[in-house]
Ligand binder design. Structure first.
Ligand code: ADP
Ligand code: NG1
Length: 461
């Protein structure tokens, strides 16, 4: 009889019968390993409705979980190894010994390293010398490298499976924090939105996720609107490029510059939100401070060093990440403007949802449009195909459309009145997907209405 410590934690545990995907995965597992899985772990992807590139600056974001997820079938043994397989043949098998340090190779971010990030996170947090042996088959339905947090779902699924296999008991908040931290082993210095919503999501509601400390609040979306996800069909692997970490570093330097200009001890400042907290001021005043202190021309390394009173060597070792050592210029003004403006839009979005006012959907749409313009022009994290997709969505009847997730490719999210949803889907289908043969094959999985889904789960049959 399978026993789990999770019986005390019903929300992380479910008994599932007759789930088609799970049954298919069970068969694959049995064919591969000649035994049945002991349990299943699943973690959803997410769509961020508003609040882009501000989680790592300490500001709240507003995502919801999506139905697409990473699902793992798992058995536990004393073999001293972790065996990983994937239903997608593109992702090759991998076996790792349980003893010793788990090494994550940032230079080659293969799929299994995301899984190993989750294993390593639990191992370290729980102080396990050797983790239990596991056999796993992974199955993913989240389009990868498309801004819907497939990588984090993999990390969260692995963290949850490792917790269960080792009879540990952790809360959802602990799991979210561990997984946010350990995904950084892959090199991307993300803020924690993806792992938090993957664990804290509840069916039927979006969430305002706040950080330091991590907490979440339900946000009821208007009944007369639907949110539609559309994929630009441009993939962008964050760990294999430096775009993401360049932005993180620019925000870090901007925080120090702004703090220093107002006489704060900038050695303690790492996030733009900290500057606001220490100055005890509003976001509007922070936007004015950016205008006053920073200039729109990009800063050279020399100028940054001089302003912060650090040597070039200190800049490299304390402020730049491994994959941003080469950067020569930093757009501090534009990045800080985006972050403070976007942080304000998130709060406005939440209060409009709560207001129940008759033009709520139009106001939310306008906030989403402003968010996209800011991502495109100030944060420079869009790309031509994504901008084209956003334009097509707006021309097809959406009241607001924006890139979602890290950007530089991936998906857009649109707010559409419920009555226009059908005609909107048809118009985007024709104008963006069927018009281009490279996209038409992908259309089925690239354009869909998304409802707020539930969070990560351990399940047994
Ligand atoms: P995202 O925006 O989806 O989080 P990333 O570029 O950060 O995109 O991460 C994508 C990576 O996550 C993929 O290259 C792959 O290594 C891993 N991944 C995503 N989905 C799967 C899957 N179903 N199976 C294995 N690995 C996956
Ligand atoms: P995606 O789109 O999953 O790569 C990334 C970060 C988030 C957040 C968004 C931008 C990771 C794991 N995720 O998401 O924390 O910063 O970009 O809002 O780094």
């Amino acid at each position: 009889m399978y026993e789990s410590k999770q019986t005390n934690c019903p929300k992380l545990k479910a008994v599932i019968a007759g789930d088609v995907r799970l049954q298919k995965l069970k068969k694959t597992f049995e064919n591969k390993y000649g035994e049945s899985p002991l349990f299943y772990a699943s973690a959803p992807g997410r769509v961020n409705l508003i609040g882009e590139h501000i989680d790592y600056c300490g500001y709240s974001v507003l995502p919801m979980a999506i139905e697409q997820s990473i699902l793992a079938a798992v058995s536990v043994n004393q073999s001293g190894s972790i065996q990983l397989a994937n239903t997608n043949p593109q992702y090759k098998d991998f076996t790792l010994p349980c003893a010793g340090d788990i090494h994550i190779d940032r230079e080659n971010p293969h799929w299994f390293y995301y899984f190993l990030c989750g294993v390593k996170g639990i191992q370290e947090h729980c102080g396990l010398s050797d983790v239990a042996g596991m056999r796993c088959v992974l199955d993913g339905t989240i389009p990868p490298s498309s801004g819907l947090a497939s990588s984090s779902a993999m990390v969260c699924c692995a963290g949850l499976a490792t917790m269960e296999a080792n009879h540990e008991l952790l809360s959802k908040v602990e799991l979210a924090e561990i997984c946010a931290k350990c995904e950084r082993y892959i090199g991307t210095e993300g803020g924690g939105m993806d792992q938090s919503i993957s664990f804290l999501a509840e069916r039927g509601t979006a969430k305002l996720i706040a950080f330091d400390p991590l907490r979440s609040t339900n946000v009821k979306l208007p009944d007369d609107a639907v949110f539609v996800i559309s994929n630009s069909c441009v993939e962008m692997n964050k760990a294999a490029s430096s775009h993401f970490n360049v932005r993180v570093v620019e925000c870090r330097i901007a925080a120090k510059m702004l703090g220093k200009a107002r006489g704060l001890d900038c050695s303690r400042l790492w996030k733009l939100a900290q500057v606001q907290t220490e100055l005890n001021t509003s976001l509007e005043e922070m936007l004015s401070l950016v205008d006053e202190v920073l200039h729109p021309e990009a800063y050279s390394r020399e100028e940054v060093c001089e302003a912060l009173g650090v040597t070039s060597q200190e800049l490299c070792s304390r402020l730049l990440s491994a994959n941003t050592q080469h950067v020569t210029h930093f757009k501090l003004y534009q990045r800080a403007k985006h972050v403070y403006g976007e942080a304000a839009r998130v709060l406005r979005f939440k209060s409009v949802c709560e207001s129940g006012c008759s033009d709520a959907v139009a106001v939310l749409g306008e906030l989403m449009n402003q968010s996209h313009a800011s991502c495109r022009d100030l944060y420079e994290c869009s790309c031509p195909q994504l901008d084209q997709l956003v334009d097509v969505c707006l021309q097809s009847g959406s009241l607001g459309s924006r890139l979602t997730g890290a950007g530089w490719g991936g998906c857009a999210v649109s707010i559409v009145t419920r009555e226009k949803a059908k005609s909107f889907l048809q118009a985007v289908r024709e104008a963006f997907y069927l018009a281009d043969p490279r996209r038409s094959a992908e259309e089925k999985h690239s354009l869909f209405v998304s409802q707020p889904g539930g969070g990560a789960l351990i399940s047994v049959e």
